[in-house]
Design a protein around this ligand. Structure first.
Ligand code: NI
Length: 253
């Protein structure tokens, strides 16, 4: 009986650590993980993960420019190194970029030193192509675990997740994706979309439908850092003191 209980407890413990991406817990309290912005201000942030992608990013940027929207792109470092001009264009057009690791691994199953390497390599790629270093990061699949905290805080990265998932990669028609987002969006929402993922071909069309509909509901579309700034001027985590934020020059060396 006792053995069964212990085995069950151990299994639950392991499951908790492996599935941390879906559960809010101590890591988020320590790091002040952002799932959304202020609920008393009608601002929302569109975020696009996994790019840059030569097939999708140009059309997405054209659409955002046509609608006059500034968005946030969580970029994969290896894709930035493969397509530096696209990264530069994202930044040049006034969008925010965030660190989405170099090879897009599931971080709770990644060694701590490898997590640091993933973040540093991506900072370097973004700095080399666009001359900026992100202050925000999004772990792939939202996966975070206690042993990844230090890597993010040492690099002065605030973790940004989302409260509205568009599921734009599932292959649903664009109007369905746009409606799903509209139904779930509240003041302060951070909306998860993708610019490079199988089945995500509808994203640009969904954005074309979504932006006027959000504005009609009185929402202003801003970047993640613009939305979080008033509440969090330092942008740093509580508990573990981050080193000075990296400058572009420091990362290039
Ligand atoms: Ni991703």
């Amino acid at each position: 009986m006792l053995v069964t209980l212990l085995v069950t407890a151990a299994a639950l413990g392991i499951a908790y650590l492996l599935c941390y991406g879906g559960i809010r817990g101590p890591v988020d309290w320590i790091m002040r993980t952002a799932h959304h912005g202020r609920r008393d201000r009608r601002q929302v942030a569109l975020t696009f993960d996994d790019g840059p992608d030569p097939a999708r990013t140009p059309a997405l940027l054209d659409e955002l420019a046509a609608q006059g929207v500034k968005a946030t792109f969580f970029l994969v470092g290896s894709a930035v190194d493969a397509h530096p001009a696209l990264c530069r264009r994202i930044v040049d057009e006034g969008h925010e970029v965030g660190n989405h690791t170099y090879t897009h691994p599931y971080l709770p199953l990644t060694r701590t030193r490898a997590v640091t390497r993933e973040l540093v390599a991506t900072d370097r790629a973004i700095a080399a192509s666009a001359g900026v270093v992100p202050t925000i990061a999004r772990p792939p699949y939202g996966g975070r675990a206690p042993w990844t905290v230090r890597a993010f805080t040492r690099l002065a990265k605030r973790i940004v997740l989302w409260d509205v998932n568009s599921f734009d990669w599932r292959g649903d028609p664009a109007p369905e994706v746009a409606q799903r987002v509209l139904d779930r969006t509240r003041a302060g929402s951070i909306i998860l979309m993708h610019e490079a993922r199988t089945g995500g071909e509808v994203t640009v069309e969904a954005v074309r439908l979504l932006v006027p509909a959000l504005r009609a509901r009185g929402f202003e579309l801003v970047t993640v850092s613009d939305m979080l700034r008033p509440r969090d001027p330092a942008g740093s985590a509580r508990g573990v003191r981050p080193r000075a934020p990296l400058t572009a020059a420091a990362v290039k060396s």
